[in-house]
Design a binder for this molecule. Structure first.
Ligand SMILES: NC(=O)c1ccc[n+]([C@@H]2O[C@H](COP(=O)([O-])OP(=O)(O)OC[C@H]3O[C@@H](n4cnc5c(N)ncnc54)[C@H](O)[C@@H]3O)[C@@H](O)[C@H]2O)c1
Length: 253
């Protein structure tokens, strides 16, 4: 059995959910490489910070190379995400520019980081990839959760599902488990940014999901050994991983 340190990479980790994932993985004994485009992730015990843009391939290669010097890379959290309103009445030029902004981070970033890290996870004998999505992609729970004016953000999260499903199937033999975390409103700077002055209306904070609850859900998924699922969490309901869904087996392709 390898005695090398276990390494986890978390994107978009200077605040919010990414910071909570990084701190929790450090508490679980991982050497964590946490990076963010905005500013240096505070170096905490067990967490090494870097400034890097997940949509930039050279940056991603720098991140993964650094992580590989810290031990065996076993965990990858595709958390970095951008959000903005994209009304369909916007000009074509604006729509294409928004597409590039959102898809480059939310989708191409996850692809680039995963493709760079997966050979390392394979060498480590397996591991975990989490795609941080949104409950918008779980319409079976409640129709119509996709808010208007966020078509591109929603599309980026729906598309992440394609990665989660395909990678879970194609990486199963390598013992790499791939899951989506699909949460409702979590109290993070992104969510607070929706309100004037970044101030939550009184009483709302207590109702929101906390980042630490989602970090606990991540650990519960890892311990469950499940793969290829989208784990939802909804405001006002306890965050859990719920019962395993029936496995749909394809008979073609
Ligand atoms: N907060 C919520 O209610 C909520 C709900 C559903 C899904 N999510 C998803 O959770 C993830 C984390 O969201 P959050 O609420 O913590 O957001 P946040 O904005 O508070 O934090 C996201 C971090 O990602 C970083 N980032 C953005 N683009 C980047 C890039 N190109 N390269 C590297 N880092 C980049 C930002 O600088 C920021 O620090 C996102 O993918 C988001 O879409 C959040």
């Amino acid at each position: 059995m390898s005695t090398a340190a276990k390494v986890a990479i978390v994107s978009g980790a200077s605040q919010g959910l990414g910071l909570a994932f990084a701190q929790r993985l450090a508490a679980e004994g991982y050497n964590v490489l946490a990076f963010d485009i905005k500013h240096e992730v505070t170096t905490l015990e067990g967490v090494t910070g870097m400034v890097a843009d997940v949509s930039n391939r050279a940056d991603v290669e720098r991140v993964v190379s650094k992580a590989a010097t810290m031990g065996e890379i076993e965990v990858l959290i595709n958390n970095a995400g951008a959000w903005k309103r994209t009304p369909v009445t916007n000009s074509w030029e604006q729509a294409i520019s928004d597409w590039d902004d959102l898809m480059d981070t939310n989708l191409k970033g996850a692809l680039t980081l995963s493709r760079t890290a997966i050979p390392h996870l394979k060498r480590a004998g397996g591991g975990f990839i989490f795609n941080v999505s949104s409950y918008y992609v779980l319409p079976a729970k409640s129709d119509g959760t996709n808010p208007p004016e966020t078509d591109l953000y929603s599309a980026s999260k729906w598309a992440l599902n394609g990665f989660t499903e395909s990678w879970a199937a194609s990486l199963a033999k390598a013992n790499i488990k791939v899951n989506g975390l699909c949460m409702g409103a979590v109290d993070t700077p992104m969510l607070r940014g929706l309100f004037p002055g970044n101030e939550l209306p009184s009483g709302l904070s207590e109702k929101l999901i906390q980042s630490s609850d989602i970090a606990q859900q991540m650990v519960d998924v890892m311990n469950s050994g499940r793969t290829g699922e989208n784990f939802g969490s909804w405001v006002g309901e306890p965050v859990s991983i719920g019962p395993q869904k029936p496995i749909h087996r394809r008979i073609t392709g």
